[in-house]
Design a protein around this ligand. Structure first.
Ligand SMILES: NC(=O)c1ccc[n+]([C@@H]2O[C@H](COP(=O)([O-])OP(=O)(O)OC[C@H]3O[C@@H](n4cnc5c(N)ncnc54)[C@H](O)[C@@H]3O)[C@@H](O)[C@H]2O)c1
Length: 344
């Protein structure tokens, strides 16, 4: 019996695979190694997980029904962690079609594979972006999420709806994880920890929207993986608190669950830049820009539901997490770090 991890060469996928493999599981990883960002980084991540005997890699585009079908035919897959997707809010403004293709058509292929092959739990990545223009903080799974602010958020919301339909129709146990700004070693080059660190090191300006007042609930990768590992072992079941006459978004009579995976400690971007500056021993140059419509002013996860279910919630401080990220970044990109100051 293998655990299928889609998007295994991605940031969260690689860390999830590493943890599963260290725990002794057999892991089947798929990824199409697309060029959305530096493929060498994806290959370097893949090299780490390929070192384990119990890991099998199949290079595959999930938007290929036939190939996904034969993958499920070929391997005995009982649990699926689906992370392959087109991520990024800003990129979705100019490239909406990539989101419909990878996040909607790709998700349907995975749902179909699970449905026809007796998968007992599908855990998939949703996102804090689905809260969109909601401003009641912290964001709770009980809130209505009908107002996404980007096509990216809209596709993640659609995934939750598609999962619900499959849970209801076919009894497929599904759990959606609304990740809140995940960061850490081997992180994505299109995300702020990477972009800001790179800009500071290269003495280039950092573009900062809304005068740096935006707040993000930065969530450290090891905490995220701990949640994924605990959740994958707890298939969603029908929730009898569900009342179809007064539906609550967080309950269902179908085996369907949604959890916020966030740190519950939002931090203003200006403060966050100071933490990176301290870790690098170098000052940032900042280019203040107006607010963008696609950017949510704040994200802040209510994690009560998660804690009740798995007895754990992320809590790594930003100081600790950024220090680990910066250490990895400097090593990976060949910088020196002497007397608390980074240099080439
Ligand atoms: N990192 C975050 O802060 C964050 C926040 C919210 C949600 N998420 C979601 O979590 C998941 C993982 O995110 P990540 O940060 O690791 O992203 P990532 O881009 O590093 O990983 C995704 C991986 O999926 C692969 N992929 C994309 N489309 C594919 C396809 N059609 N077929 C096969 N492989 C494909 C990519 O090559 C990549 O390696 C995504 O679904 C993302 O939307 C991430």
């Amino acid at each position: 019996m293998k655990i299928l991890v889609t998007g295994c060469a991605g940031f969260i996928g690689m860390h999830a695979c590493l943890r599963l493999l260290k725990d002794g599981h057999e892991v089947l990883g798929v990824d199409n190694l697309n060029v959305y960002y530096d493929v060498n980084l994806k290959r370097a991540r893949l090299k780490l997980i390929k070192a384990f005997k119990k890991f099998t890699f199949v290079k595959l585009d999930i938007v290929n029904r036939k190939k996904i079908e034969s993958l499920f035919d070929q391997f005995d897959i009982r649990r699926v962690i689906h992370l392959a997707a087109q991520p990024g809010v800003r990129y979705s403004i100019k490239n909406p079609y990539s989101y419909i293709r990878n996040n909607m058509a790709g998700f349907l292929d995975v749902l179909e594979g699970c449905r026809h092959h007796n998968v007992n739990h599908l855990v998939y990545a949703s996102s804090s972006s689905i809260y969109g223009i909601n401003s009641a903080l912290p964001f709770s799974e009980k809130q209505n999420t009908d107002h996404p602010a980007s096509i990216y958020g809209a596709t993640k919301k659609a995934n939750e709806l598609m999962a619900h339909a499959y849970s209801h129709l076919y009894g497929l146990s599904t759990t959606g994880l609304r990740f809140f700004t995940v960061y850490g070693p081997w992180g994505r080059p299109d995300m702020s920890p990477h972009l800001f660190t790179k800009a500071i090191l290269e003495e280039a300006p950092i573009d900062l929207f809304n005068k740096g007042r935006m707040r993000r609930d930065f969530t450290y990768i090891d905490d995220v993986v701990e949640c994924v590992i605990r959740i994958v072992d707890q298939p969603a079941t029908s929730d009898y608190k569900h009342n179809s006459k007064q539906p609550n978004p967080s309950y269902s009579s179908a085996p369907y669950r949604i959890y916020n995976i966030g740190n519950h400690q939002p931090v203003e971007l200006l403060k966050y830049i100071k933490i990176i500056e301290k870790a690098l021993g170098k000052k940032a140059k900042i280019n203040m820009l107006p607010q963008q419509l696609s950017e949510m002013p704040a994200t802040f996860a209510d994690v009560g539901h998660l804690k009740d279910a798995v007895g754990f919630a992320p809590s790594t401080s930003l100081q600790e997490g950024v220090a680990k990220f910066v250490k990895w970044y400097l090593e990976y990109y060949g910088y020196k770090h002497t007397n608390g100051q980074a240099s080439i």
